[in-house]
Design a protein around this ligand. Structure first.
Ligand code: PMP
Length: 421
């Protein structure tokens, strides 16, 4: 049992892949910001769906189709509950955060943005929360602006206060940075945006898996997240949108299942969310997502948050004590999610990740789809570790020992002393 009330030994038994060894070492999976592992309950739910309930949704009157529809729509109700949305109709199933943001950039932005309107982003955005807006800006004549990031890796709130103006049509902001772990003061920013008439979209790909989030309490207009980053299968994600906004939004793409009536020259749309889900959706993925959300809810997001915060403190303390290691992002008592980026002096992040892999430690190295932030940090890439509920103190110790091995291989001057296998 961890100090924060999560029984990690028991949680680890729920994740079959954690029994794997890599090169004779126990798997230490610290690449959860990229994607998390899946518990047995989620894997079993997929098998059970295909063995017992598989059929297409919404279109059949036969038993299997009714069962599949009930499971699919049941997952929507669970997702609404998990995110604090009052109306399951405000939950659109997508392939993930990227598709959710694109849906707003194409569906809402095309209709509502005028030349000169401003879309406010930040320097710490993932490319998934930049490129869709660049495309929308090109199409509408809207202008992109970026809230700067301070040297400590926080949003510059003074600048944010000046940049959110009556010209701001939309603030599209990451809840938790996938590089720095910074948790942005989104409640304050939403209030500010609201007072100046702007809408707010939260990229909560890293936020939703790591702390309780309530879209109703936050009063955000849109929120995007990915199932695969919170124990669910790949290929399923969520866009939450305020019902009154979704109601007025045109679907950016069309197909079966989203229309009321079709005639030769046109069609009229079904109500949200189905208006935005043309074609056969990822039915089993949604079912798996529902089970993953049940699993996370049973652990308790507050406990998950405290657990990851303790592991993050342990990792920060350990990394900061190693000479030649630079840690990026906020330190001290600042709110920070379970994501830590660092570099080892003179050693390329890919080499660090490769040496760590030799001892079974999986981390990510690269720009993490955040090239604007890399530029701000003055680096080409970082090594990133990120936590999930099944990580424990022993994982952090193995990571820190692995960095010791990096130093053995490369020396303090970064000159390689030994061959990599
Ligand atoms: N935003 C953030 C903050 C992310 O971390 C990620 C995934 N790395 C995404 C967006 C994109 O998520 P997906 O690839 O699941 O669409």
């Amino acid at each position: 049992m961890s100090d924060t009330g999560l029984d990690t030994a028991s949680i680890r038994r729920d994740f079959p892949i954690l029994k794997r060894e890599i090169g004779g070492h126990p798997l230490t999976y610290l690449d959860n910001a990229a994607t998390t592992q899946k518990p047995r309950a989620v894997i079993d739910a997929l098998v059970d769906f295909y063995e017992h309930h598989n059929a297409n949704v919404h279109r059949g009157v036969h038993t299997l189709s009714e069962e599949a529809t009930a499971l699919y729509e049941g997952a929507r109700v669970k997702a609404a509950g998990f995110l604090g949305a009052c109306d399951p109709g405000s939950i659109i199933f997508t392939r993930g955060t990227t598709e959710s943001i694109n849906l707003v950039a194409q569906g809402w932005a095309r209709q509502n943005l005028r030349s000169g309107d401003e879309i406010l982003l930040s320097e710490m955005e993932h490319h998934s929360n930049i490129i869709p807006w660049q495309i929308a800006a090109r199409e509408t004549g809207a202008v992109l602006r970026y809230i700067p990031v301070t040297d400590e890796g926080l949003l510059d709130m003074d600048e944010a206060g000046r940049m959110i103006t009556e010209k701001t049509a939309l603030l599209a902001l990451t809840h938790t940075s996938n590089v720095l772990g910074t948790i942005n003061p989104v409640a304050d920013l939403i209030r500010l945006a609201r007072s100046r008439g702007a809408l707010v979209l939260l990229d909560a790909a890293q936020g939703v898996p790591r702390q309780p989030l309530d879209v109703t309490a936050l009063d955000c207009d849109f929120l995007a997240c990915s199932g695969h980053k919170m124990l669910a299968p790949t290929g399923i994600g969520v866009l939450y949108g305020k019902p009154e906004l979704l109601e007025r939004m045109e679907p950016p793409s069309g197909g079966g299942g989203m229309i009321r009536q079709v005639w030769r020259e046109g069609a009229d749309w079904r109500e949200p969310p189905w208006r935005f889900e043309p074609g056969t959706p990822d039915i089993s993925g949604a079912v798996g997502l529902g089970v993953a959300l049940d699993y996370l809810s049973a652990l308790g997001l507050q406990r998950v948050q405290a657990h990851e915060a303790a592991l993050t403190r342990q990792a920060l303390r350990g990394l900061e004590a190693i000479p030649g290691v630079t840690v990026y992002g906020p330190s001290g008592g600042v709110a920070r999610g379970g994501v830590v980026s660092f570099n080892v002096d003179g050693v390329h992040p890919h080499d660090v990740a490769q040496v760590l892999d030799e001892v079974g430690v999986a981390v990510r190295a690269g720009h993490h789809c955040c090239q604007l932030l890399m530029k701000r940090l003055g680096v080409a890439a970082t090594v990133r570790l990120s936590f999930a509920p099944y990580n424990d103190a022993a994982d952090v110790e193995r990571l820190l020992r692995g960095i010791g091995r990096v130093k053995e291989v490369f020396g303090d001057d970064g000159e390689q002393k030994r061959a990599l296998p």
